[in-house]
Design a protein around this ligand. Structure first.
Ligand code: ADP
Length: 202
Protein backbone atom coordinates (compact mmCIF):
# COMPACT_ATOMS: atom_id res chain seq x y z
CA UNK A 1 0.00 0.00 0.00
CA UNK A 2 1.29 3.49 -0.79
CA UNK A 3 1.68 4.87 2.71
CA UNK A 4 2.09 8.61 2.72
CA UNK A 5 3.52 10.85 5.41
CA UNK A 6 0.87 12.19 7.72
CA UNK A 7 -1.40 9.17 7.30
CA UNK A 8 -2.06 8.70 11.02
CA UNK A 9 -5.03 10.00 13.01
CA UNK A 10 -4.55 13.58 14.04
CA UNK A 11 -2.35 14.31 11.04
CA UNK A 12 -5.12 14.92 8.53
CA UNK A 13 -4.38 17.22 5.62
CA UNK A 14 -6.28 20.50 5.61
CA UNK A 15 -9.22 19.25 3.50
CA UNK A 16 -9.39 15.71 4.85
CA UNK A 17 -12.23 15.06 7.27
CA UNK A 18 -12.88 12.15 9.61
CA UNK A 19 -13.29 8.97 7.52
CA UNK A 20 -16.08 7.50 9.69
CA UNK A 21 -18.38 10.43 8.91
CA UNK A 22 -17.78 9.83 5.20
CA UNK A 23 -18.88 6.17 5.24
CA UNK A 24 -22.47 4.92 5.06
CA UNK A 25 -23.48 1.29 5.50
CA UNK A 26 -26.92 0.35 4.25
CA UNK A 27 -28.94 -2.45 2.75
CA UNK A 28 -30.24 -2.25 -0.79
CA UNK A 29 -29.81 -2.80 -4.48
CA UNK A 30 -26.69 -1.04 -5.75
CA UNK A 31 -28.20 -0.64 -9.23
CA UNK A 32 -30.63 1.93 -7.82
CA UNK A 33 -28.04 4.34 -6.42
CA UNK A 34 -27.51 7.81 -7.91
CA UNK A 35 -23.85 8.01 -6.95
CA UNK A 36 -20.97 9.24 -9.09
CA UNK A 37 -19.91 5.60 -9.33
CA UNK A 38 -21.04 2.14 -8.35
CA UNK A 39 -18.44 -0.59 -8.07
CA UNK A 40 -19.14 -3.85 -9.85
CA UNK A 41 -17.86 -7.18 -8.49
CA UNK A 42 -16.97 -8.26 -12.01
CA UNK A 43 -15.18 -11.25 -13.46
CA UNK A 44 -12.01 -10.92 -15.55
CA UNK A 45 -13.86 -10.99 -18.90
CA UNK A 46 -15.84 -7.87 -17.88
CA UNK A 47 -18.70 -9.34 -19.93
CA UNK A 48 -21.17 -9.78 -17.08
CA UNK A 49 -22.12 -12.84 -15.08
CA UNK A 50 -24.29 -13.71 -12.10
CA UNK A 51 -24.97 -11.85 -8.86
CA UNK A 52 -24.39 -8.13 -8.67
CA UNK A 53 -22.46 -8.19 -11.96
CA UNK A 54 -25.48 -9.56 -13.81
CA UNK A 55 -27.80 -7.05 -12.18
CA UNK A 56 -25.54 -4.11 -13.04
CA UNK A 57 -25.26 -5.20 -16.68
CA UNK A 58 -28.99 -5.81 -16.89
CA UNK A 59 -29.81 -2.38 -15.47
CA UNK A 60 -27.10 -0.53 -17.43
CA UNK A 61 -28.05 -2.01 -20.82
CA UNK A 62 -26.09 -3.06 -23.87
CA UNK A 63 -23.99 0.12 -23.98
CA UNK A 64 -22.13 -1.07 -20.89
CA UNK A 65 -21.41 -4.44 -22.45
CA UNK A 66 -20.01 -2.77 -25.58
CA UNK A 67 -17.75 -0.53 -23.52
CA UNK A 68 -16.55 -3.48 -21.45
CA UNK A 69 -15.86 -5.52 -24.57
CA UNK A 70 -13.63 -2.72 -25.86
CA UNK A 71 -11.66 -2.71 -22.59
CA UNK A 72 -11.10 -6.46 -22.57
CA UNK A 73 -9.54 -8.51 -19.78
CA UNK A 74 -9.15 -7.19 -16.22
CA UNK A 75 -6.82 -9.19 -13.91
CA UNK A 76 -7.87 -10.08 -10.37
CA UNK A 77 -7.32 -7.19 -7.96
CA UNK A 78 -7.34 -4.51 -10.67
CA UNK A 79 -10.12 -2.08 -11.64
CA UNK A 80 -11.44 -0.41 -14.81
CA UNK A 81 -13.89 2.46 -15.23
CA UNK A 82 -16.78 2.87 -17.68
CA UNK A 83 -19.84 5.05 -18.01
CA UNK A 84 -22.99 4.15 -16.13
CA UNK A 85 -25.14 4.00 -19.31
CA UNK A 86 -28.77 3.36 -18.23
CA UNK A 87 -27.90 3.22 -14.51
CA UNK A 88 -28.70 6.18 -12.26
CA UNK A 89 -24.98 6.18 -11.36
CA UNK A 90 -22.71 8.15 -13.67
CA UNK A 91 -19.92 5.56 -13.79
CA UNK A 92 -19.23 1.91 -13.08
CA UNK A 93 -15.91 0.86 -11.62
CA UNK A 94 -15.38 -2.81 -12.41
CA UNK A 95 -13.07 -4.73 -10.13
CA UNK A 96 -12.31 -8.43 -10.04
CA UNK A 97 -12.26 -9.96 -6.58
CA UNK A 98 -10.31 -13.07 -5.57
CA UNK A 99 -11.92 -16.49 -5.58
CA UNK A 100 -11.46 -17.55 -1.96
CA UNK A 101 -10.85 -21.25 -2.59
CA UNK A 102 -8.52 -20.65 -5.55
CA UNK A 103 -6.49 -17.60 -4.57
CA UNK A 104 -5.70 -18.95 -1.10
CA UNK A 105 -3.12 -16.97 0.84
CA UNK A 106 -3.15 -14.22 -1.83
CA UNK A 107 -6.86 -13.59 -1.34
CA UNK A 108 -6.57 -10.89 1.38
CA UNK A 109 -3.98 -8.90 -0.59
CA UNK A 110 -6.03 -9.19 -3.79
CA UNK A 111 -9.24 -8.11 -2.06
CA UNK A 112 -7.43 -5.11 -0.56
CA UNK A 113 -6.18 -4.24 -4.06
CA UNK A 114 -9.76 -4.28 -5.39
CA UNK A 115 -10.80 -1.61 -2.90
CA UNK A 116 -7.60 0.42 -3.29
CA UNK A 117 -7.61 0.38 -7.09
CA UNK A 118 -11.31 1.25 -7.22
CA UNK A 119 -10.81 4.18 -4.85
CA UNK A 120 -7.72 5.33 -6.75
CA UNK A 121 -9.74 5.39 -10.00
CA UNK A 122 -12.52 7.32 -8.27
CA UNK A 123 -9.99 9.87 -6.96
CA UNK A 124 -8.30 10.16 -10.35
CA UNK A 125 -11.66 10.92 -12.00
CA UNK A 126 -12.79 13.32 -9.26
CA UNK A 127 -15.76 11.12 -8.27
CA UNK A 128 -17.22 12.33 -5.01
CA UNK A 129 -19.52 9.44 -4.10
CA UNK A 130 -18.77 5.76 -4.62
CA UNK A 131 -20.92 2.77 -3.70
CA UNK A 132 -19.40 -0.67 -3.09
CA UNK A 133 -21.10 -4.06 -2.90
CA UNK A 134 -19.47 -6.74 -0.77
CA UNK A 135 -16.82 -7.86 -3.25
CA UNK A 136 -16.08 -11.62 -3.47
CA UNK A 137 -18.54 -12.67 -0.77
CA UNK A 138 -21.10 -14.15 -3.16
CA UNK A 139 -20.18 -16.79 -5.71
CA UNK A 140 -16.44 -16.16 -5.06
CA UNK A 141 -16.92 -17.54 -1.55
CA UNK A 142 -15.01 -15.06 0.64
CA UNK A 143 -16.40 -15.30 4.21
CA UNK A 144 -18.14 -11.99 4.84
CA UNK A 145 -16.70 -11.51 8.34
CA UNK A 146 -13.17 -11.65 6.95
CA UNK A 147 -14.00 -9.67 3.82
CA UNK A 148 -15.73 -6.81 5.63
CA UNK A 149 -12.62 -6.22 7.74
CA UNK A 150 -10.48 -5.82 4.65
CA UNK A 151 -13.13 -3.65 2.98
CA UNK A 152 -13.51 -1.27 5.91
CA UNK A 153 -9.83 -1.16 6.93
CA UNK A 154 -8.82 -0.36 3.36
CA UNK A 155 -11.50 2.26 2.75
CA UNK A 156 -10.87 4.01 6.08
CA UNK A 157 -7.13 4.09 5.52
CA UNK A 158 -7.66 5.53 2.01
CA UNK A 159 -10.12 8.19 3.20
CA UNK A 160 -7.68 9.23 5.92
CA UNK A 161 -5.23 10.14 3.18
CA UNK A 162 -7.50 11.46 0.40
CA UNK A 163 -10.24 14.09 0.09
CA UNK A 164 -11.86 12.32 -2.89
CA UNK A 165 -14.09 10.38 -2.84
CA UNK A 166 -15.91 12.40 -0.22
CA UNK A 167 -18.44 9.64 0.48
CA UNK A 168 -18.28 5.86 0.36
CA UNK A 169 -21.46 3.81 0.65
CA UNK A 170 -21.41 0.09 1.35
CA UNK A 171 -24.58 -1.42 -0.10
CA UNK A 172 -25.34 -4.84 1.35
CA UNK A 173 -27.86 -7.17 -0.16
CA UNK A 174 -28.64 -9.39 2.84
CA UNK A 175 -29.19 -8.90 6.56
CA UNK A 176 -26.22 -11.05 7.67
CA UNK A 177 -23.90 -9.10 5.36
CA UNK A 178 -25.29 -5.79 6.59
CA UNK A 179 -24.86 -6.86 10.22
CA UNK A 180 -21.28 -8.02 9.68
CA UNK A 181 -20.27 -4.70 8.11
CA UNK A 182 -22.18 -2.65 10.68
CA UNK A 183 -20.70 -4.52 13.62
CA UNK A 184 -17.11 -4.16 12.43
CA UNK A 185 -17.65 -0.49 11.56
CA UNK A 186 -19.02 0.18 15.07
CA UNK A 187 -16.09 -1.68 16.64
CA UNK A 188 -13.59 0.39 14.70
CA UNK A 189 -15.42 3.62 15.42
CA UNK A 190 -15.59 2.88 19.15
CA UNK A 191 -11.84 2.23 19.12
CA UNK A 192 -11.25 5.71 17.71
CA UNK A 193 -13.28 7.60 20.30
CA UNK A 194 -10.98 9.74 22.36
CA UNK A 195 -8.10 9.53 19.88
CA UNK A 196 -6.81 12.73 18.38
CA UNK A 197 -9.02 13.56 15.42
CA UNK A 198 -12.08 11.98 17.07
CA UNK A 199 -15.14 10.96 15.09
CA UNK A 200 -18.17 12.71 13.67
CA UNK A 201 -21.31 12.07 15.71
CA UNK A 202 -22.96 10.54 12.59
P1 ADP B 1 -18.54 -12.21 -6.27
O1 ADP B 1 -18.45 -13.03 -7.51
O2 ADP B 1 -17.49 -11.13 -6.20
O3 ADP B 1 -18.62 -13.05 -5.03
P2 ADP B 1 -21.42 -11.78 -6.26
O4 ADP B 1 -22.20 -10.88 -7.15
O5 ADP B 1 -21.67 -13.24 -6.37
O6 ADP B 1 -19.89 -11.38 -6.48
O7 ADP B 1 -21.65 -11.35 -4.76
C1 ADP B 1 -21.07 -10.22 -4.18
C2 ADP B 1 -22.06 -9.62 -3.20
O8 ADP B 1 -22.99 -8.81 -3.90
C3 ADP B 1 -22.90 -10.68 -2.47
O9 ADP B 1 -22.88 -10.36 -1.09
C4 ADP B 1 -24.29 -10.49 -3.05
O10 ADP B 1 -25.30 -10.76 -2.09
C5 ADP B 1 -24.27 -9.02 -3.38
N1 ADP B 1 -25.26 -8.54 -4.35
C6 ADP B 1 -25.93 -9.23 -5.30
N2 ADP B 1 -26.75 -8.42 -5.98
C7 ADP B 1 -26.60 -7.17 -5.44
C8 ADP B 1 -27.19 -5.89 -5.68
N3 ADP B 1 -28.07 -5.70 -6.65
N4 ADP B 1 -26.80 -4.84 -4.91
C9 ADP B 1 -25.88 -4.99 -3.94
N5 ADP B 1 -25.27 -6.18 -3.65
C10 ADP B 1 -25.64 -7.25 -4.40
Amino acid sequence: MDEQPGAGMGEHGPGITDPFGRITIRMGDITRLETDAVVNAANSTLLGGGGVDGMIHWAAGSGLLEECRAIGWCPTGEARITGGHDLPAAHVIHTVGPVYAVDGENAPRLLESCYLNSLALAAEHGLRSVAFPSISTGSYGYPVREACRIALDTVISFLERHEIPEKVIFVLYSCPDYEAYREYYETLKAGRVGTVGGTNPA
